[in-house]
Design a protein around this ligand. Sequence first.
Ligand code: VGL
Ligand code: ZN
Length: 205
Amino acid sequence: MNALILIDLQNDFCPGGALAVPDGDAVIPLANRLQQGFDLVVASQDWHPADHGSFAANHPGREAGETIDLDGLEQILWPIHCVQGTAGAEFHPDLDISKVARVFQKGTDPNIDSYSCFFDNGHRKATGLADYLKQQGVTGVYLCGLALDYCVKFSALDAAALGFTTWVIEDACRGIDQQPGDVERALEEMQREGVRVIRSEDLAG
Ligand code: VGL
Ligand code: ZN
C-alpha cells in the first residue's frame, strides 16, 4: 500500500507566517485533491517549544540565517516559528485534515532540530512514523508540502533509506531557496538517492 505524507502545511510556512515559504499556500488545493487517491494519509507538524535551539532569538547576538553548533550538530538559525500552541503552528485553515489518520509532530526537543518527519537531524530519535507505516502495511510513500529544500528533502531521503519506495510530487511542494539553486540541488540530491520526483499529473486518476 502507498501512503501520502503531508509535510508541514502550517501557517508559519505560508505567506504572512514567521518562516514563509514563497507561494507556500499555493499547494494547499493540490494537497487536498491528492488525498482522494490514497487509502492512508498522514501529516507532519513542526512543533517547537519556545526555547528551541534553532531560533536565532534564543542565541543573543546571532541572526537568522547564521549557522551555529547545537549539541554537536551544525544548525541553521531560523526566525521563531511553529511554536507549540500558537496560530502559526496550526495547519493552514484551507487544508482538509478530515482524512489525516495521524499527525506526527517533530522538533519538540529544544536541543535538536528535526527536518525529517522520521528522525531528528542527528538520527538520535524516531518520530514513530516509520513504525506506524510499516504496521499499516505501507511500502511506498508520496510526499508533498513545505519546504522542498528542508523538511520534504530530509523526509524523502530518510524514507528511501528506510526502504520505502519514495515519490516526491514536485508541483505539490514549494521551497525556501535561501541560496538560489537550493531547490534544484535538493531535487538532484533526492533523485541521486533513489527518490522519484514526479508531477501531480503523472498520478493516475
Ligand atoms: C522547516 C526550517 C525549519 C521545514 C522547519 O518545514 O521545512 N524548515 N523548520
Ligand atoms: Zn522548524
